[in-house]
Design a protein around this ligand. Structure first.
Ligand code: NI
Length: 255
């Protein structure tokens, strides 16, 4: 599994407290090539950078997740700006809108937009979270035109086409393998492999046959196999192309 690039992980999560070091050592030894850990708060952004300092092939996104946004978040963006100057910070993320949660929409939108402005100012890509907020996400992305990834994409094939027209990438993970994944399958059919990147969002969203269990970057193999079936190409081609896409979007060059 030498070409697995996990574009979106949360190894800071307490689900990994027991065996984080052993697991990451094992995954990198088994050939996972690169992992980008996503911050959701100032604290987890710092933790992501600490992991990135420890592992050569680990990088960090720093940012405030909509679910964690509150009235203090805008003031915290000064710290996010400082963290973003770390040599292993490769994106502003995880940012976006989550209308499933009760965080007031105006606060979410302000924190999202401020981080898009920050990313554009620093010429960094973003990792975007969109849950039940497709219309607003698309409108805001169209006006700010950031580079980056819409992760765990849950929109329609039409929306995916709009996103890639903006030069952004679509992130897909375990959901693709679920029985009820009709929408995700339509998206994968509708867009070129050149616009797709793979992710875990671990510890959540483990692919079939591990659905409901703790996810990790090694399980991306099952996502790649599923996509290879949908697109009628080899799993190796899926892994290679999505890895090269991820390196492009995050400006990471591997030896
Ligand atoms: Ni996430």
């Amino acid at each position: 599994m030498g070409n697995i690039f996990d574009t979106h992980a949360h190894y800071d999560d307490s689900a990994f407290d027991e065996d984080r070091t052993q697991l990451l050592d094992k995954l990198f030894a088994a050939g996972v090539c690169t992992i980008v850990n996503q911050g959701t708060t100032v604290e987890t952004s710092r933790f992501s950078l600490q992991l990135a300092e420890k592992y050569t092939n680990m990088y960090a996104a720093v940012g405030i997740h909509p679910e964690c946004a509150d009235v203090n978040s805008v003031a915290e963006l000064e710290t996010i700006r400082q963290l973003a100057s770390h040599p292993k910070a490769v994106a502003i993320g995880e940012i976006g809108l989550d209308y499933y949660y009760d965080v007031p929409k105006d606060i979410q939108r302000e924190v999202f937009v401020r981080q898009l402005e920050l990313a554009n100012e620093l010429s960094m890509p973003v990792t975007v979270h969109d849950r039940e907020a497709h219309g607003d996400i698309l409108d805001i992305l169209k006006s700010y035109r950031p580079k980056g990834i819409v992760h765990c994409f849950s929109g329609s094939a039409e929306m995916a086409k709009e996103i890639i027209k903006l030069g952004m990438y679509i992130g897909m993970g375990g959901v693709v393998t679920f029985k009820n994944a009709r929408k995700a399958v339509e998206v994968i059919k509708a867009i070129p492999l050149e616009n797709l990147v793979l992710e875990t969002d671990c510890p959540y969203l483990a692919p079939v046959p591990f659905r409901g269990k703790r996810n990790d970057s090694g399980m991306i193999l099952y996502v790649a196999q599923c996509i290879s079936g949908i697109k009628g190409i080899s799993t190796e081609e899926v892994l290679l192309t999505t890895k090269s896409n991820a390196e492009k979007v995050y400006s990471i060059t591997q030896l």
